[in-house]
Design a protein. Sequence first.
Length: 254
Amino acid sequence: MKPPAGTIALAGKQVSRLGLGTMRLTGPGTWGDPIDLDTAAALLREAVHEHGITHIDTADAYGPHTVEHIVRGVLHPYPERLLIATKVGMLRTGPNEWTPHGHPAYLRASVEGSLRRLGVDCLDLCYLHRNDPQVPFLDQVGALATLQKEGKIAHVGLSKVSPAQIDLAATIVTVAAVQNKLNEAQPSDARTAAYCRTQGIPYIPYAPLGTGALTRDGGAPKALRWLLDLGENVAPIPGTSDPAHLRELVGSLS
């Protein structure tokens, strides 16, 4: 099965360059179960088994916890080729409420929870979801580095960070991937994508379709191509809850 946009080396695996973001597989406000669990399950199954998408991006904050449960229910036992990336470090107190929480004890508890929900002994790729300004940045990264040494995380990533923060984190851990917001309508982080390319770090743009704004008038293929053309290290993770929309995205790149 040929991936629709080629492949990329990410977190020790060769995976599809077009990944799937799963934030939309929840209820309104990224809270609770999706309105149609069967459709969410069908979308995940189709992405992996019919379209060759082997990079699934999730987070413990989606739901919270909802999507990790769905991913396990649909895809476990996971194919060897499949990369499940998750994120920790965000506290959810209600719909549309997101609070960075990077205390090392919380990060440890979050990783342990993700391991249980995903049904694995080691997370393929675990990102620090956000920098918590109330906790020293290296304490947060260091907590994930410690869990990596313990064999609970295989690869450590960072999300919503600057080149300076990437360099700082690299003093104590190998940064396996950077996930920042970037799309054709909001191109300001292209400099970080370029910096990651010089460092040999995969760059994973979230909201690559501008949370749907760039899909109007059939603009999704152009928006994705714009990202892919930034460099071979760029691997977008568009999200959708509609299998038909997923087919359109895959078909436009095939």
